[in-house]
Design a protein around this ligand. Structure first.
Ligand SMILES: Nc1ncnc2c1ncn2[C@@H]1O[C@H](COP(=O)(O)OP(=O)(O)OP(=O)(O)O)[C@@H](O)[C@H]1O
Ligand SMILES: [Mg+2]
Length: 797
C-alpha cells in the first residue's frame, strides 16, 4: 500500500522497554508501534522524556511522570483533525475527535522540526484505521490554528513557505542570525559604537604593553644587578666553600669589578627604573580611564538598543491580532517584554563589549607571543582547541536548559498573571491552599532547572581551569628549560608567562560569556518571534481610508471559525440599512459576540465578505474603520485611571463638558458625582473599585463620547437594574438616530427599540425581522419571548 511506504519513512525511534511495559495493557499481543516520536516535555508541562506513539488502531501519548504515568489514548479512527500549535518557547500537538479535543504531545522548540512531519504521518495512519476512509468518505482536516492564520504564507525575507501553525518563518529564526540581527540594532548608534571601538582598540593596545615594559625592566635594568650581586656573593662565599680562613678585600673588589657594576651605570639604571615605573603608572591610568569611558558608552548603547527593542515589541504587540493573544498566556507575553528584553540589554552592554575586547586581546597576544618565541607560542595554543570544544559542548547543553528554564519562568509569570487578578474567585472558593501548591510545584520545577544549570556551570569552570593549567605547566617546563639553557632571557620568559595568563583570561572569559550568549540567543529568539509574527488582521497593501460611514452593513456569505473544523458562524447573509437598530439575540454561544467581533475586524472572515457602504472592510484601513465604531464589549474593561480618563479613552482630547454629557446619556453622571473625587476618582485596576453596573455605564459613556457612526452594544446593560436600563434606553433612543446600531441582549426588553431582530442559532441566522413578524413566525424568538415572562409588559412600554 502506498500509504504504508510513506509511514515507513517516519523516523521511528526506539521505544524504551519500560515504556512498552507501561503500555502493555493497551497493546494487542505482537502489536508493534507504527509511529514513535519522543518529546522533551510531558503532557503536564514538566520537562522530561515523553512519547507519542501509534499502533494500527490507537494513538497513545505517554509521559512517565513518576509512579503514575500520564497516558492518553484514543482510537485512531475517531480522530478528525490534527494540529500543531506553536506557543512561546514550545509547541503542542492537539487532536480533535467528534466530541473532544486532546493534547497529545508537548515539546520544546528544538523539536518543532521533528514534530512538523508527525501530523502527515498520523493522517496516513488514521486513514488506514478508518473504514470511511477506505471507502473514500470522511475528511480529516490537518489543522491550522484557525482564524485564517498563515496557511501557505511565504516568508517575506527568504520566500520559504511558513508552516501553517507557525507565525514566523522558522528558517529566519536561525540562532546564528539572531545575534547578527541583534547587532543590527546598534547601527543607528554607529557613531558611538565606532568611538567605543576606537577607545577599546587603544585601551587594549595600551593594556598589553606592561609585560613588554616588564621584560625591559628585567632584562635591561634588573638582571645585570642580579648577575653582579651574584658575582659578589660568589666571591664572599668562596672561602666557605674552599675552607679558606678569611676573605681578602682585594678578592671582593675584584669580584665587584668582575660584576662590572660601575656607579654611573647603577645611577643610570635607577633612572631607567624610575622611567619604567612611571610608564607603567601611565599605562594603568590610561587603560583604566579609557576603560571607564568606553564602559559608559557601551552601557548607553545597550540601554538605547533595548529601549528601541522594548518599544518595538510593545508596538508589535498592539499590531498583533486577538488570535495571537487567544493562543498565548498574558504572563508569558509579559515575560517576553520585560525579562527577555532585559537580558538582551545585559548582553549588548556587558556581554558584547567583553566579546569584542577579548577577541581583540587574543589576536594581539597571539601576534606578540609568536613574535617573542614561536615555538613556545605554539605550545600556548595547544589547549585552545580543547577549550573551544568543551565550550561548544557545554554551550549546547546550556542552551537547551535555558529554553526549559525560560518556560518555567514564564510559567510562573503566567500563573501570577492568571491567578492574582482572579484572587476574588480563589478566596470565594477557598482555594488558596491549592493555588499555593500549584505555585510551589512550578517554583520547584524552576529550582530543579536552575540547579541543573548550576551543576553544569560548576563542572564547566574547573574543566576549563584544568585545561588552562596544563598549558601553563607545559610553558613553565619548556620555557624554564630554555632559560636555563640560555636561549631565552629571563625578561622574555617572564613577559611570555604574563602574556600567556592574559591569553587564557580572555579564552576563559569567552567561554563564560558563552553562557550569557546562550541566554541572549534564547531571549532574542523569543523577542524576534513576537516581532516577526505577522498580524492575522492587518491593513492590506493599498488599503483605503474608510469614508464617513453611512451605515449600510452587508454580510455576504460570511463564515468564520476560531479553530478550523469547528465553524462558529456559517454563511451569514443579511443587509442592515443605515440608521437601523439591529437587536441580536440567540442562545448563549450562538455566535453573537463573534458576529460583532467580525464587524470590528478583530478577526477576518474566512469565507464571504462583510461590506460597509459597499466597501469590503478588509479593503479599508483598520484605524479609519474603528475610528467610526463605538463599542461596548460584553466584558467591559476599565483601565487603572480616573473616571474621566476612562470615559475619554477613545477621544483623549474631549472637554470635561463632552465627558459629562456622555456620562449623562449613559446614566452614570449621578453616581459619578457621588464618588469621593467625582470624575477624578480612580477606578482601580480593571475598574475594581466600581460596581459591575457602574463599569458598564462608564463604558457606554466611553462609546457614546466617540460619536460613532456604528454603535455596537454587547450586553451593554446586562448588569444594571431595570429602572436604570429604562433610563439608558431612553438616552439611546435619541442616540441611535442616524447611526446603525447592533445591540446584543439576552433580556429581550433591552431590544425593544430595535428596527429589526436578528436571531442567531448555532452560527446561522435563524430568523430576521421585526418583533411582530418574528412573533407571527412562531420560531425561536417567539419561544424566547414566551419564556421571558415579562414579555407582555415589554411591548406595552
Ligand atoms: N477566542 C475564541 N476562541 C475559540 N473559540 C471561541 C472564542 N470565542 C468564542 N468562541 C466560541 O465561539 C462560540 C460563539 O461564541 P460567542 O462569544 O460569539 O457567543 P455568544 O453568542 O456571544 O454567547 P453569549 O450570549 O454567551 O455571550 C462559542 O462556542 C465559543 O465557545
Ligand atoms: Mg457574547
Amino acid at each position: 500500500m502506498e500509504a504504508l511506504s510513506e509511514t515507513d519513512s517516519t523516523p521511528q525511534e526506539g521505544v524504551p522497554e519500560s515504556v512498552r511495559r507501561s503500555l502493555d495493557h493497551l497493546m494487542r499481543s505482537g502489536e508493534e508501534f507504527r509511529l514513535s516520536v519522543s518529546s522533551d516535555i510531558g503532557l503536564a508541562g514538566r520537562y522530561g522524556a515523553a512519547w507519542l506513539l501509534a499502533t494500527d488502531s490507537l494513538l497513545i501519548a505517554f509521559s512517565p511522570n513518576g509512579e503514575t504515568p500520564d497516558i492518553v489514548h484514543l482510537p485512531l479512527a475517531d480522530i478528525r483533525s490534527v494540529e500543531i500549535r506553536e506557543l512561546s518557547g514550545s509547541g503542542v500537538m492537539k487532536v480533535r475527535t467528534e466530541s473532544r479535543g486532546a493534547t497529545v504531545a508537548v515539546f520544546s522548540k528544538a523539536l518543532i522540526g521533528k514534530f512538523s512531519s508527525v501530523p502527515k504521518q498520523l493522517e496516513i495512519l488514521v486513514k488506514e484505521a478508518t473504514p470511511e476512509w477506505r471507502r473514500g468518505e470522511g475528511e480529516l482536516v490537518e489543522g491550522s490554528v484557525g482564524a485564517g492564520r498563515g496557511k501557505g504564507k511565504r516568508c517575506e525575507r527568504c520566500n520559504r513557505v511558513i508552516p501553517h501553525w507557525w507565525g514566523v518563518c522558522p528558517a529566519c529564526l536561525d540562532k546564528r542570525k539572531l545575534i547578527t540581527r541583534l547587532l543590527s540594532y546598534t547601527l543607528p548608534h554607529r557613531g558611538m559604537v565606532a568611538l567605543s571601538l576606537t577607545l577599546m582598540l587603544v585601551g587594549t593596545f595600551i593594556g598589553l604593553t606592561p609585560p613588554l615594559l616588564m621584560k625591559s625592566l628585567v632584562d635591561d635594568v634588573l638582571t645585570p644587578v642580579i648577575t653582579g650581586a651574584d658575582a659578589v656573593s660568589r666571591a664572599a662565599l668562596t672561602p666557605v666553600i674552599t675552607g679558606a680562613d678569611a676573605v681578602s678585600g682585594a678578592a671582593l673588589k675584584a669580584a665587584a669589578a668582575e660584576a662590572s657594576v660601575s656607579p654611573v651605570t647603577t645611577a643610570e639604571r635607577t633612572r631607567q627604573l624610575g622611567v619604567l615605573v612611571l610608564l607603567l603608572l601611565l599605562v594603568h591610568v590610561a587603560q583604566n580611564g579609557l576603560g571607564a569611558v568606553r564602559g559608559y558608552i557601551m552601557a548607553v548603547i545597550g540601554q538605547k538598543v533595548t529601549f528601541d527593542l522594548r518599544n518595538q515589541v510593545y508596538r508589535q504587540l498592539h499590531r498583533l491580532s486577538l488570535s495571537f493573544y487567544n493562543e498565548r498566556e498574558t504572563g508569558r507575553i509579559m515575560a517576553s517584554v520585560t525579562q527577555d528584553v532585559g537580558r538582551l540589554q545585559d548582553f549588548i552592554s556587558d556581554g558584547l563589549q567583553e566579546v569584542i575586547r577579548d577577541v581583540l586581546t587574543l589576536l594581539i597576544i597571539c601576534g606578540i607571543l609568536f613574535y617573542l618565541n614561536s615555538g613556545l607560542a605554539a605550545l600556548v595554543l595547544l589547549p585552545t582547541p580543547f577549550l573551544v570544544l568543551a565550550t561548544l559542548k557545554f554551550g549546547k547543553r546550556l542552551h537547551a536548559i535555558y529554553r526549559g528554564l525560560w518556560r518555567r519562568w514564564s510559567g510562573i509569570s503566567a500563573l501570577l498573571a492568571d491567578v492574582i487578578p482572579g484572587v476574588r474567585v480563589v478566596k470565594a472558593f477557598a482555594q488558596e491552599g491549592r493555588e499555593v501548591i500549584k505555585f510551589e510545584g512550578r517554583s520547584e520545577a524552576l529550582l530543579s532547572g536552575e540547579l541543573r544549570v548550576a551543576r553544569i556551570r560548576s563542572l564547566f569552570s574547573p574543566v576549563m581551569a584544568f585545561l588552562t593549567s596544563i598549558g601553563t605547566l607545559i610553558i613553565w617546563w619548556v620555557g624554564g628549560e630554555e632559560v636555563i639553557g640560555g636561549s631565552l632571557s629571563l625578561g622574555e620568559f617572564l613577559a611570555f608567562t604574563q602574556y600567556m595568563w592574559r591569553f587564557y583570561g580572555p579564552v576563559e572569559s569567552l567561554c563564560r560569556l558563552n553562557h550569557r550568549f546562550q541566554r541572549a540567543a534564547t531571549s532574542a529568539e523569543r523577542v524576534f518571534e513576537v516581532v516577526d509574527t505577522p498580524p492575522d488582521v492587518d491593513d492590506r497593501a493599498g488599503a483605503i481610508q474608510m469614508p464617513r460611514i453611512d451605515g449600510r452593513v452587508v454580510f455576504d456569505g460570511a463564515s468564520f471559525a476560531y479553530e478550523t473544523g469547528s465553524p462558529v458562524l456559517n454563511e451569514l447573509d443579511f443587509t442592515v440599512e443605515p440608521g437601523e437598530m439591529i437587536g441580536l439575540a440567540g442562545h448563549s454561544g450562538a455566535g453573537k459576540s463573534t458576529l460583532i467581533n467580525l464587524i470590528c475586524r478583530f478577526y477576518d472572515v474566512q469565507e464571504g465578505a462583510i461590506t460597509i457602504d459597499g466597501h469590503d472592510i478588509r479593503d479599508v484601513t483598520l484605524k479609519s474603520l474603528r475610528d467610526q465604531l463605538g463599542v461596548v464589549l460584553q466584558d467591559p474593561f476599565l483601565f487603572n485611571g480616573t473616571v474621566a480618563e476612562n470615559i475619554a479613552y477613545g477621544h483623549p482630547t474631549a472637554s470635561l463638558d463632552d465627558i459629562v454629557s456622555a456620562a449623562k446619556a449613559a446614566n452614570c453622571h449621578e453616581f459619578v458625582l457621588d464618588l469621593p473625587d467625582s470624575y477624578d476618582t480612580l477606578v482601580g485596576e480593571r475598574g475594581a473599585r466600581v460596581s459591575g453596573g457602574e463599569r458598564q455605564r462608564i463604558s457606554i459613556a466611553r462609546a457614546i463620547l466617540r460619536d460613532p457612526r456604528i454603535l455596537i452594544l454587547d450586553e451593554a446593560t446586562s448588569n444594571v437594574d431595570t429602572e436604570t436600563e429604562v433610563q439608558i434606553q431612553e438616552a439611546f433612543e435619541r442616540l441611535i438616530k442616524g447611526r446603525t446600531t447592533f445591540a446584543i441582549a439576552h433580556r429581550l426588553s433591552t431590544l425593544r427599540h430595535s428596527s429589526r431582530l436578528l436571531i442567531l442559532d448555532k452560527g446561522r441566522v435563524s430568523e430576521i425581522g421585526t418583533h411582530e413578524e418574528l412573533i407571527e413566525a412562531g420560531g425561536v424568538y417567539s419561544r424566547l419571548c414566551k419564556i421571558q415572562t415579562d414579555m407582555s409588559k415589554i411591548r406595552a412600554w
